[in-house]
Write a new protein. Structure first.
Length: 109
């Protein structure tokens, strides 16, 4: 498999890691769309949100909780969470990931 996120998780490709635990890695987006643009990536390779199964519901809950934890650590007062699904929905990398977007300290997007 030639997945860039899997390579980042295995430390085979560089990335600016903001947070990591046993199930997730959080990195800075290399093409940010907001002053704070982080990617919350499950270490389990799932192609897209449309590919999650019943067995993945705990992982999906952890995805949200990990996002919340990182936002709290970054002292973000408000933020957006976004998951692109499929090419038509803007998904570029075929590995489920959540975008955490936030304003800068001046509250500007």
């Amino acid at each position: 498999m030639d997945c860039i996120f899997c390579k980042i998780i295995k430390k085979e490709e560089p990335a600016e890691i903001v947070y990591e635990n046993e199930n997730f890695i959080v990195i800075k987006d290399i093409k940010p769309k907001a002053p704070v643009h982080l990617l919350v990536i499950p270490k389990t390779h799932i192609f897209s949100l449309k590919d999650i199964k019943e067995k993945d519901k705990e992982l999906m809950g952890e995805l949200i909780l990990t996002s919340q934890k990182v936002a709290s650590q970054k002292k973000l007062k408000g933020y957006k969470l976004l998951i692109n699904v499929g090419r038509e929905g803007g998904q570029i990398i075929d590995h489920l990931h959540l975008h955490l977007l936030a304003k800068d300290i001046n509250n500007k997007f």
